[in-house]
Structure formats: C-alpha cells, structure tokens
Design a protein around this ligand. Structure first.
Ligand code: FPP
Length: 269
C-alpha cells in the first residue's frame, strides 16, 4: 500500500506521461495574455540530482525524470506558439562530473533522440543543437545532425538544445571566426557590428531571449546565452526541474506578462 502511494506520488511529482499539446482554449492557458507572451524562452533545467536524492534515488534517476518534464514543457511551448525554446542540457563545465554521470547523460540524450524524434517532427518542431558539438561522442553527433536535417523544413517552434555549450565558449568561437575573416582580408574591423557577431553565434536565426527561467532555487546564469540574454527577464523558481509542470511554465508566462520591459529606455506603462 505504502509503495503504491509513494509510487503514485513520485509519478505525480515527476510529470505526466500522457500530456498532449494543449489547445488554445485549454484550461491550462486560462488567464494568459496572448499579446504579452515571450517569443524566445530559455530554460536552465536545474535540480535533477537534488530532487532524485530527496526521493531516495540516484542522481541519474533525476535526469531521467527531467526528460519527461522536458517533453511536456516542449508540448506546452508548442501550444503557446512560442517562437523558440532553448534548453541547457549539458554545459562545457559539466564534464567535471563523475564519468558515470556524464556517460549516463550522453546515453540519455541519444535515447531521447531515438524515442522522441518522430513525434517532434510530427509536431512541426525545428530542432537545433548549440554548443561545441565536435566534443560530443561521434555517434551522438551523427544523431544530432540527422535530427536537424529531418526537421530543417519544419516551421513550428525552434527547439534549441544546448549540449557541450558555454556562453563564453560560443563568443570565443565567434571572435575566432571573425578574426579569421579579418586576417584573410575578407573583412574590415570597422565593419564588425552586433549583427555580425550574432551571425557568428550558434543561435543565428533566433530572436533574442525574452525570458530566462531557472528552476531549483539558484539565481545565476551559469554561462548560458550570455549575449542572447542581454535584455532577458529572469524568472527563478524553487521548483526542481523534474517537478516543473506545464502549470509552472504557464505561471512563468503570466509573470513575464506583468513585467515592464524598458530596454534601457523609459517605461511603456
Ligand atoms: C542540471 O541538474 C541538469 C543537467 C546538467 C542535465 C539536464 C538534462 C536533462 C534535464 C535531461 C533531459 C535533456 C535532454 C536534452 C534529453 P543537476 O544535475 O545539476 O541537479 P543538481 O543541481 O540538483 O545537482
């Protein structure tokens, strides 16, 4: 009996299995101001390990639960018709974790692509991977390339998955590419502007980040989208990622709608 209750509680906490893309008039979206939604939302999916330990499970079980959350949040983003959802799956610093956890995560990404690819494609998602992808296992790189190719003509939500990603590393790579063009005589330094830098970032083609969400209590950017989040609104919640439900995501949308964004100017209100 206890096991049954605990099992049910864990399932409830760790996200629903049968979640479908919510319709525009779904009760989930009640009270949303559709004219004040962010277009590009970025998420630091933090707290998998702490959540799992709190449940008496291995840290890796938290990552598995996190996959389910990610699926449901992507479906919610599709229902909201966001332009882009960018998630931090693995940072350039995450290699410092125990080898077994790193291996587990690489395998999890691979399994996720195998299992979810077709459904994401049917949902008209455009998947894209950002980060230093050549540092990832070759078989995973191949899967990533194939996924991007499969969905390249889709027109729905841009779903950017950051893997082996660091904001400083991304800027460094952009500077190197620009410096090379200068060295080769193809570019005059005076022609370097913000637009050119953006063109050399992994997120080329995306709008700037409007809303940056971080779960599980910490309040920092952790080297995520340093350039792109220049004018982002920040939303921090204590809810750990495995428990971050579509309702939590909608709460973040409502909070965003209440913000007065001035972009360095004066108030619009
Ligand atoms: C941070 O939690 C999470 C990660 C480093 C991995 C994120 C991966 C997932 C959510 C799995 C799904 C992703 C894809 C793309 C399939 P943490 O381990 O740092 O948690 P802690 O702060 O409690 O230790």
């Amino acid at each position: 009996m206890l096991k049954k209750i605990l099992g049910k509680a864990v399932t409830t906490l760790a996200g629903r299995d049968d979640f479908a893309i919510p319709e525009h008039d779904s009760p989930l979206f009640a009270g949303i101001d559709w004219d004040r939604l962010p277009r590009h939302v970025a998420v630091i999916m933090d707290g998998n390990g702490r959540w799992a330990k709190g449940q008496g499970m291995l840290r890796t079980a938290g990552h598995s639960a996190g996959v389910k959350t990610l699926k449901n949040i992507l479906k919610t983003a599709i229902g909201l018709q966001l332009d882009a959802l960018t998630v931090y799956a693995f940072s350039t610093e995450n290699w410092k974790r125990p080898e077994a956890e790193v291996d587990f995560l690489m395998n999890l990404f691979s399994e996720y692509l195998k299992k979810e690819l077709q459904e994401m494609h049917e949902d008209n998602v455009q998947i894209h991977f950002i980060g230093r992808l050549d540092g990832l296992p070759p078989s995973l790189q191949k899967q990533m390339r194939e996924a991007e190719e499969l969905m390249q003509n889709n027109t729905g939500v841009k779903f950017n998955v950051a893997a082996n990603y660091g904001g400083q590393d991304e800027l460094l790579r952009a500077v190197q590419q620009i410096a090379l063009a200068v060295k080769n005589g193809q570019l005059d330094p005076s022609a370097i502007d913000e637009a050119l830098i953006e063109k050399n970032l992994d997120t080329v083609g995306n709008l700037p980040v409007d809303l940056m969400i971080r779960t599980s209590g910490d309040k920092r950017l952790s080297n995520f989208l340093l350039w792109q989040a220049a004018y982002a609104e920040f939303y921090f919640t204590d809810v750990p990622w495995p428990e971050f439900s579509p309702e939590c995501f909608v709460d973040a949308m409502k909070d965003f709608a209440s913000r007065d964004r001035r972009f360095g100017g004066l108030t619009n209100k």
